[in-house]
Design a protein. Structure first.
Length: 237
């Protein structure tokens, strides 16, 4: 396996007695990595893709999408990550779940770790994998770049803007989103904007509508106020 995908974790202990005297132990480190698989690595100018199943074409497809997304979304948000993006391709949801915290949702298909410029996604190397890659990779990269654009204060950005930007930037949008919005508008079922500033609904249909509305609102801001308006809005938050 390549050293590129390894992560050095540094730590120390701070000990304090009842008198308030404190001493720090010497700095120590260890390498944190997923040892379950034999990883291969494909490197690009600003991203590295790590995979263990599928061929080089599969990995290159992910690398190309990641490279495009970093450039396009980075320009949109006026931000450049301090280091390369590391993208890990897992061959199944089950393999991915083994790398995530036990409390994570069972159906989750990807997870971004902005502080490490790292993205883990489950993409089986079967027919049609590029369709899913074109949706999930730009989506999760947007979350990573938004973290950097806010100086780590992404919690201050309301969910409609956070998820709306991520959904808007997908290369292959949900084909049903427009029809869903039209039907909700006609039937007076659109979610109030203030509800999109808090936790999204847990109901599957309602959460799809929340994502669709958020992306629509982001598109309106960009089209009406110009492409730099979104970066200005993020900066304001």
């Amino acid at each position: 396996a390549s050293d590129v995908y390894k992560r050095q974790i540094e730590y120390w202990w701070a000990l304090e007695n009842e008198a308030g005297q404190q001493v720090n132990t010497p700095l120590q480190s260890f390498t944190y990595e997923d040892h379950r698989f034999g990883w291969h690595t494909a490197n690009g100018p600003n991203a590295a893709v790590h995979w263990y199943a599928g061929d080089a074409v599969y990995a290159q497809a992910a690398l190309d999408i990641a490279t495009r997304s970093l450039a396009r979304v980075g320009h949109e948000l006026n931000v450049t990550p301090s280091g390369p993006l590391h993208l890990y391709l897992y061959a199944s949801i089950e393999d991915l779940q083994g790398a995530l915290l036990a409390r994570q949702r069972e159906w989750i298909g990807g997870e971004a770790f902005p502080e490490l410029n790292t993205l883990l996604i489950a993409v089986p190397p079967t027919e049609g994998y590029t369709l899913f890659m074109r949706r999930i990779i730009p989506h999760e990269i947007t979350h990573i770049l938004l973290h950097h654009a806010t100086g780590g204060a992404i919690a201050r950005v309301p969910p409609w803007l956070n998820e709306g930007l991520a959904t808007f930037n997908e290369e292959l949008p949900d084909p049903d989103a427009a029809l869903m919005l039209q039907a909700a508008l006609k039937e007076d079922r659109l979610l109030p904007l203030d509800s999109l500033c808090g936790t999204f609904p847990s109901d599957a249909e309602q959460v799809r509508l929340a994502y669709a509305q958020s992306a629509s609102l982001v598109r309106f801001v960009r089209d009406f106020y110009g492409e730099q308006a979104l970066a200005g809005l993020v900066s304001a938050y």
